[in-house]
Design a protein around this ligand. Structure first.
Ligand code: ADP
Ligand code: SF4
Length: 716
């Protein structure tokens, strides 16, 4: 396999990461502009790096975890750190989503903790006040939602709830509630208070948009009338803040609905009229799914063409996002007059230390966001935020993980990591940073595993960054050595490793077992059945007609349909779900995937499963009626479930009796080899392995992370 003895005399620096060990280099003067301070009303941002409000699935529930996550970003050099949307009132309840709340004084301590932790690292704290209006079904508070019109609530789910049309008394109430939230925000210590009129997520947006506003009173009709509520609330906020905090307005610059919704013309009128009112404009595009588009459907700086030109209409500073990970693009945004402040949500999640790394010229150390929206899925699944690139995201308080620091090794033990996919790469680099002497052995000639293979599929090129970032880290670490070759159990037992991590991945099944079939389906060997592994290895189905059976429901089925359609095959995609790549609603791209496949003439067959194969096609079954139908095909591709490639791990467990002689103390399966999942899960597992190596392990008897439980209110 080529794993030789570890060269003698190598200097190991225990527990000092490559980053901290290296002298910071001075940044090129080209980037100086990014480190200029910017006045925002009464407060001053120390540089142009601005973490715009973003959800995180922790909000009011996981208060300390939320505060620590923001604190780490402040430590990483961002000048402004904002909360996610904070519901200003119980009638703006967006349950089941977990956001921040500022309903009454009881919420102040939790929000103050966030602001305090951000201040400790010299950043400004911002809060995004939101009145969700017809975006909140009020499932918790149960009161009737309110909006500009009598319309069903516009949420990500189709709750059977309507919003009622606000009258003038309701508008006066809303203005009073918003003022109270501003007062509480100042009391909690915020330096910047948002008026939220963007992303179709708040009442002010709904009033602005023709799509939702059919009013004939002073709040409907002309742009001036539709922006009246916005003007009043900005004025109220300024008055209430009275110079103690800056006032930002976050607004959708184009709803991408033509004359049906907010147009560029509307926004030019808004800025023309209110341009000098707030202290800062935060420009967003369309609804949230338009602004946070995945890399599969949008590039860095995708918003530029919509935002360009608006800054000229106001003297106030402007911030905007664009999944900026390149410092050169950031400089261009500022120098070409598109933005004053470089906004980021996802790049700050993938790398909370992005500003510091640019400042110190450490470009190879930047964990670039891959645009997968797994972070967004945290919010959509009401679970603490996670990130494919940054496994410490959401674990800063719970587990004490830090994106840039990891504690020194416990002993001088040597570790072998087998498999250079996302799990093995993360384990090796994190262990190397701890100071462990590590050999990373990979069977193939290149690192990356599934991240590298999937990156060759349509739209997934950015996935290669998962491998590239880690490979670059490993190559600079004196503690990690790479070896190429297939590792066997005999070899492992021949060498003197104290710990072995088996990260050999997983393989897609070819027997149809998954969610729908929990046992293999009848297969006619005359019909070729391929798996995603076959296609990623370059094997294409012969014949013209291909049936994909997608019982996985994440991106793979849809991506392979695109691959095959672009290769000229006639593709039918059969799925037991109601739509293609169903789970990608959580990454906000399902509608785009479905549209792309329909445009490529893929025949999408929902609510059916492939029940069996025959020489000339497949038998499909309706998931409701069990009625069966033949579907002619020349080949089938099964995207159902995966099995761990854990033969090596199992063999080592079976040979436990030989461990003592070999000096072997632990063998663990890590990542997909332990349990197949997302790339994010594999990276997280690699990190967990590295964090926990040589720690006491009680096999789950105690909860291995901190959590906060609800306080009990004993008042009568
Ligand atoms: P994960 O997502 O858990 O990191 P991957 O499937 O992406 O898993 O990566 C597994 C990697 O392990 C692949 O690059 C594969 O070539 C490698 N591998 C599998 N078996 C061995 C082995 N016995 N020795 C060395 N490398 C192996
Ligand atoms: Fe970027 Fe994906 Fe991380 Fe979100 S989860 S920040 S999209 S890498």
């Amino acid at each position: 396999m080529g794993v030789g003895p570890i060269p003698a005399g190598r200097r190991i620096v225990p527990g000092v990461s490559a980053q901290t060990a290296r002298e910071p280099t001075k940044r090129s003067s080209r980037y100086d502009v990014l480190f200029e301070s910017v006045q925002i009303g009464p407060v001053r941002a120390r540089n142009r790096f601005f973490q715009v409000p973003h959800c995180n699935g922790m909000g009011y529930r996981d208060v300390s975890a939320h505060a620590e996550m923001r604190a780490v970003k402040a430590e990483g050099g961002w000048a402004v750190i904002c909360t996610e949307q904070a519901e200003i009132h119980y009638s703006s309840d967006i349950t089941p989503f977990i956001e921040a709340r500022i309903w009454d004084d009881k919420d102040i301590p939790a929000l103050a903790l966030v602001a305090d932790r951000v201040h400790e690292h010299g950043a400004l704290a911002g809060i995004e006040l939101a009145y969700n209006g017809m975006n909140g079904p009020n499932l918790y508070s149960r009161v009737a939602p309110m909006g500009p019109a009598h319309l069903p609530v516009a949420t990500f789910t189709t709750d059977p709830v309507q919003a009622r049309r606000m009258d003038l008394d309701d508008i006066a109430d809303l203005r009073r509630w918003h003022r109270a939230a501003v007062r509480r925000s100042i009391e909690a210590g915020y330096d910047l208070v948002y008026v939220y009129a963007g992303h179709a997520l708040g009442g002010i947006h709904h009033f602005l948009s023709r799509r939702y506003n059919d009013r004939t009173d002073a709040y409907g009709g002309s742009a001036e009338n539709r922006m009246r509520l916005l003007r009043e609330i900005i004025e109220d906020t300024l008055e209430e803040a009275s110079g103690h905090a800056a006032v930002a307005c976050r607004i959708t610059v184009d709803e991408l609905l033509g004359d049906e919704g907010i147009t560029r013309g509307d926004i030019e009128e808004v800025i023309g009229s209110l341009g000098e009112l707030p202290d800062l404009w935060d420009f967003v595009l369309g609804a949230w799914e338009d602004d946070s588009v995945t890399a599969r459907f949008g590039d860095e700086a995708e918003q530029e063409r919509y935002v360009r030109g608006l800054k000229a209409l106001t003297a106030k500073p402007v911030v905007g996002v664009g999944r900026f990970t390149s410092a050169d693009t950031m400089v261009r945004m500022v120098k070409s007059g598109v933005l004053d402040l470089v906004g980021a949500a996802r790049p700050s999640i993938a790398d909370p230390f992005l500003p510091r790394k640019i400042e110190e010229g450490r470009f190879d150390d930047i964990r670039e966001c891959i645009g997968c929206n797994i972070c967004v899925a945290g919010d959509f699944t009401m679970s603490p935020i996670r990130c494919t690139q940054n496994p410490t995201m959401g674990e800063e308080w719970r587990r004490g993980w830090h994106p840039e620091r990891i504690r020194p090794r416990a002993t001088e033990a040597k570790v072998l990591v087998v498999g250079g996919g996302p799990a093995g790469l993360e384990a090796a680099q994190a262990l190397g940073h701890r100071g462990y002497e590590v050999i990373l052995a990979e069977a193939s000639h290149s690192l990356g595993g599934r991240a590298a293979s999937e990156a060759r599929l349509p739209g997934l090129a950015s996935y290669v960054r998962v491998a590239d970032y880690r490979e670059a880290q490993i190559d600079r670490l004196r503690t990690v050595e790479r070896a190429q070759g297939t590792v066997t159990a005999d070899e492992i037992l021949d060498y003197d490793f104290e710990h072995v991590a088996i990260a050999t991945g997983a393989r897609w099944r070819a027997d149809g077992v998954g969610r729908f079939h929990t046992h293999p389906m009848p297969l006619d060997p005359a019909l070729p059945v391929l798996t995603p592994d076959d296609l990623m290895a370059g094997r294409m189905p012969e014949g013209e007609r291909v049936v994909i059976f997608d019982d996985d429901h994440y991106y793979m089925g849809g991506v392979l349909a695109e691959l095959l359609a672009r290769a000229g095959r006639r593709v039918a995609l059969v799925t037991p779900a109601h739509a293609v790549s169903n789970w990608t609603t959580a990454t906000m791209e399902q509608h785009r995937i479905q549209r792309r496949l329909l445009e490529l003439d893929v025949d999408i067959i929902p609510a059916r499963a492939v029940a069996a194969t025959a020489a000339d096609g497949v038998l499909t079954r309706c998931v409701f009626t069990d009625r069966e139908r033949n579907l002619p095909a020349d080949a089938a591709v099964f995207v159902t479930a995966r099995l761990p490639a854990d033969a090596l791990y199992r063999e080592l467990l079976e040979r436990r009796a030989e461990w003592g002689d070999a000096g072997l103390r632990s063998v663990e399966a890590v990542g997909d080899c332990w349990c197949p999942g997302t790339i994010a899960a594999a990276v997280w597992e690699g990190r967990r392995y590295a964090e926990e190596l040589e720690e006491p392990n009680d096999r789950g008897d105690t909860v291995p992370f901190r959590r906060e439980v609800t306080g009990i209110d004993r008042s009568k």
